[in-house]
Design a protein around this ligand. Structure first.
Ligand SMILES: Cc1ncc(COP(=O)(O)O)c(C=O)c1O
Length: 383
């Protein structure tokens, strides 16, 4: 299928880049990788990305919600999966039945998971979440021993993992993350002393995976870097890790307007002279932010978006590209010739982070997968 004639706007995901990036992290550290595929794989498409990552050697999938884990199972993915966020009590039985591991941080959750497991004659796989300084989910370090003991003693429960999450691992100053890591190391030491250390201890997100080998433990939870996106300005990726996503569209109309002509809603832009203005079928309903100062690539050049972004369309000023024709390719994120417009560039214009830029690309934008290989379910792989 020729995308340029099939879609008005679409996203291309290079699954080879995802695989390359997973392998880079494995080779770099020798530690198992959890592919963090929550939020539709940061907008890249959860199922194809999870498949590619597992094919490349990732051993876990990480999601935020039980619904995401169930979707992975329904697609035939039988790798270990961790729901890193809250699992509602009513969904615990399903999680247990499908061998989905759950994060817990309260004794009540352990009891609920145990009764769900009892109801179906199985065992719940649980990861204890420790709040070492993120102040989001998790129990305080001094409470870990009591909960670990409960996990070890409760029938129907497998104390599978222990984890924490760093708040500032993507910053140049290591001190705040040193402090979090120290709390976590102390917790692990205490559990080891009491014979309570679970088999899967994990802490590192992408930034810590890159910069902090001491926090690799048994598993690295790699999200943003797996997509080839930089954790932050202060924590950038090595050149071998490549961006997987390109967002494209086509010019739907190119016209020459006389001077003084208002463009788009509110006429906040007015042509100063005779100008070539083109329309692109992408708008805020696709996740293209309704903000001023947007730019896109046409014919290998950065050109400005003029006037307001509307729901389904934008207008661009094309005086720099006199030969532009309807049907020509537009790149919103990615490379075109020598020109680049990265998710990080777009994030700067929008006053946000690259994570939000790709997560915001809406469901109606078709995802086209490059280098997708056949997925074979392994029936004997243990859940
Ligand atoms: C608990 C947890 N672990 C790991 C990650 C992956 O983080 P990153 O995308 O920065 O690698 C996230 C994502 O926010 C997360 O919430």
């Amino acid at each position: 299928m020729n995308n340029a004639t099939s879609y008005s706007t679409w996203v291309e995901i290079d699954l080879e880049a995802i695989q390359n990036n997973v392998q880079w992290f494995q080779n770099f550290s020798g530690v198992d990788v959890m592919a963090v595929v929550k939020a539709n794989a940061y907008g890249h498409g959860m199922i194809p990305v999870a498949r590619a990552a597992l094919q490349a050697g990732a051993s876990w999938c990480g999601v935020a919600r039980i619904e995401e884990a169930i979707e992975l199972r329904a697609a035939g993915l039988n790798s270990p999966i961790l729901v890193m966020g809250y699992t509602p009590p009513d969904r615990m039985e399903k999680a247990v039945a499908q061998g989905i591991s759950m994060a817990v941080w309260h004794p009540g959750q352990i009891d609920l998971a145990a009764s769900a497991a009892k109801a179906i004659g199985s065992s719940a796989r649980l990861h204890l979440k420790v709040d070492t300084g993120m102040s989001r989910l998790g129990i305080q370090p001094e409470m870990v021993h009591r909960l670990a003991q409960k996990l070890a003693e409760t029938p129907g429960v497998t104390f599978e993992g222990l984890f924490t999450h760093f708040a500032r691992a993507d910053e140049a100053d290591p001190a705040p993350t040193d402090a979090q890591e120290l709390h976590f190391q102390n917790v692990i030491e205490q559990l080891e002393k009491n014979g309570l250390r679970p088999s899967v201890v994990h802490a590192a997100n992408s930034a810590a995976s890159l910069t902090r080998p001491s926090a690799h433990f048994d598993l690295m939870r790699v999200g943003i870097a797996m997509y080839g996106l930089h954790p932050s300005d202060e924590c950038s990726l090595p050149g071998a890790v490549r961006a997987a996503l390109t967002w494209k569209a086509v010019l739907s109309q190119v016209k020459v307007l006389p001077p003084g002509r208002g463009v788009s809603y509110g006429h906040i832009y007015t042509t100063r002279s005779q100008e070539q203005i083109a329309t692109v079928p992408v708008g805020y309903a696709d996740g293209f932010r309704r903000t001023l100062g947007n730019q896109v690539l046409v014919a290998g050049k950065r050109v400005p978006v003029v006037g307001r972004v509307s729901m389904d369309q934008i207008m661009i000023q094309l005086d720099e590209v006199p030969g532009a024709r309807a049907g020509d390719e537009v790149v919103l994120i990615g490379q075109q010739g020598e020109a680049r417009m990265t998710a990080e560039d777009v994030a700067k214009i929008w006053g946000t982070i690259n994570y939000e830029v790709t997560c915001a690309i809406s469901a109606r934008v078709p995802r086209v997968y490059l280098h997708e290989t056949a997925w074979v379910t392994h029936p004997d792989r243990q859940l």
